[in-house]
Design a protein around this ligand. Structure first.
Ligand code: FAD
Length: 434
């Protein structure tokens, strides 16, 4: 409309003061907070929803991807510890260690339906990848346990409304919750909101990217043995049905479902909707409604036409809309698509994903002090982020900045000036693969 109003100035209570303040409890923020607290920093983790795990748990992104390069495991550290704990509680499906990187017809049949083959098994024979599917409720429980054990102070149901700054230095944030506006002060702030809410508010430079947005969901009541038998015996007929499903979704990867960690429940990482902005509230509102419209059209179609789906029902839709890319930091170094394609390893590497590496500089804003950034909005070019944003590597980035913050506090250095070789040694001791 163009009109504006002016809000009256307001006294806001300062409710806490900490060493390290992490905003956003997704994979990156969870790992950052646990890592900083384990190093002895007084750490608070602020999250707008009532659980941790961000898109992994909230947008039903249950597949752990980008953890190997086809021949060896490339992603480890806190993420491995987390996965082991989820597995101990029966919340993880993954290939047996002896199956990893092997290719045979037997292994193809065993793991294809979980998406555990390299290249999703589109070409036979495909080696088995180091991947897993989580149960989101077990995952939420484990993340709370690990945060609690590390001594992280949790502040849930708190939307971070902006940064508190003194000149070019960030010194805390303001949150909005049922308790009203509150301020929390901090020595170092870690922005792990995925959308750069805090770095943008603090005045850091960034680009505004965009990619597919998805309302993911589960379909239960599916006779998975029948689906599998039908597809294997009638591949052309199954592909014709899959094509129709993809049309109804209006966008999907070739495989519109995978088997999940829960028997009879399929994970549907679709519909994919293009051309909308994950920072625009009107777009987000449209996508929530439109996404579900398409899901229910697909359900009607498969119930009536697809063998094995006769009694299917939508058992869950995502709590949190699946936004893949919005703001991306312009960091001290911004990783390019060529860096990712050529597997460029940097001198200040503090983590890696599939075959790509994270230089420490991609977490450091150019023009704001006391702030580090980790997760899917770190300094990657938009094209590079599209192929290098999976959540186990995002946990690695969180582990790196959590330790970096503790190191800065310990040494009295600015976060941009820390002793990176010392950070690398700390991370390697914690099992991170550099
Ligand atoms: C539909 C979809 C499918 C995907 N598929 C896969 C896949 O198969 N495998 C894979 O490994 N990865 C996949 N990804 C990518 C992966 O899920 C994300 O890149 C990853 O979760 C990013 O982690 P993050 O911690 O950086 O951010 P997020 O997961 O986005 O977490 C950010 C957290 O910050 C909180 N937050 C945000 N703003 C504020 C605020 N202002 N105040 C307070 N809290 C705030 C959010 O609630 C959230 O908890 C997919 C992503 C999407 C959307």
């Amino acid at each position: 409309m163009g009109a504006t109003i002016t809000l009256p100035a307001q006294e806001v209570p300062v409710v806490d003061e900490v060493d390290v303040l992490v905003v956003g409890g997704g994979p990156a923020g969870f790992a950052a907070a646990v890592s900083a607290a384990r190093q002895g920093a007084n750490t608070i983790l602020i999250e707008r929803y009532g659980y941790l795990g961000g898109l992994a748990n909230g947008a039903l992104v249950i597949a752990m991807e980008d953890m190997d390069n086809g021949q060896q495991i490339t992603v480890a550290g806190l993420v491995t510890e987390y996965a082991e704990r989820v597995a101990q509680k029966g919340g993880l499906v993954r290939p047996a260690p002896e199956d990893l990187f092997q290719a045979s017809d037997e292994l193809y049949n065993k793991w294809y339906w979980f998406g555990f083959l390299e290249g999703w098994g589109r070409h036979r024979p495909a080696p088995v990848g180091y991947k897993a599917m989580i149960d989101v409720e077990v995952s939420k429980h484990v993340m709370f346990q690990m945060a609690k054990e590390a001594g992280v102070k949790l502040r849930l149901h708190s939307w971070c409304a902006g940064a508190l700054t003194e000149g070019k230095t960030i010194c805390g944030v303001v949150t909005l919750s049922k308790s009203g506006l509150q301020a929390i002060k901090a020595g170092i702030v870690l922005d792990t909101t995925g959308d750069g809410d805090i770095f943008a508010s603090a005045g850091a430079e960034y680009v505004h990217g965009q990619y597919l947005i998805t309302v993911a969901h589960f379909m239960a009541g599916v006779d998975t043995d029948r689906v599998r038998e039908f597809s294997e015996q009638n591949p052309d007929e199954a592909e014709a049905l899959n094509r129709e499903v993809r049309n109804l979704y209006g966008g999907s990867w070739r495989e519109w479902f995978w088997f999940s960690a829960n028997p009879g429940i399929l994970w549907c990482d679709c519909p994919h909707i293009k051309g909308y902005d994950g920072l625009d509230v009107e777009d987000l509102t449209y996508l929530e409604v439109e996404g579900r419209e398409r899901i229910w059209q697909v359900l009607d179609f498969v119930q009536q036409n697809y063998p094995g789906f006769e009694n299917a029902f939508v058992s869950r839709t995502s709590d949190q809309i699946g936004v893949r890319q919005t703001r991306l930091l312009l960091g001290e170094y911004t990783v390019t698509i060529e860096d990712v394609r050529n597997s460029v390893r940097f001198g200040d590497t503090v983590g890696r994903g599939k075959a790509y590496y994270y230089p420490y500089r991609c977490f450091v804003p150019r023009n704001v002090e006391n702030l580090l950034v980790a997760g899917r909005h770190a300094a990657f070019e938009p094209a590079a982020q599209r192929v290098a944003r999976e959540w186990p590597p995002c946990m690695v980035t969180g582990q790196a900045v959590g330790n970096a913050a503790a190191l800065a506090l310990d040494s009295g250095a600015r976060v941009r000036d820390i002793d990176v070789p010392r950070l690398q040694r700390m991370l390697e001791k914690q099992g991170v693969i550099l």
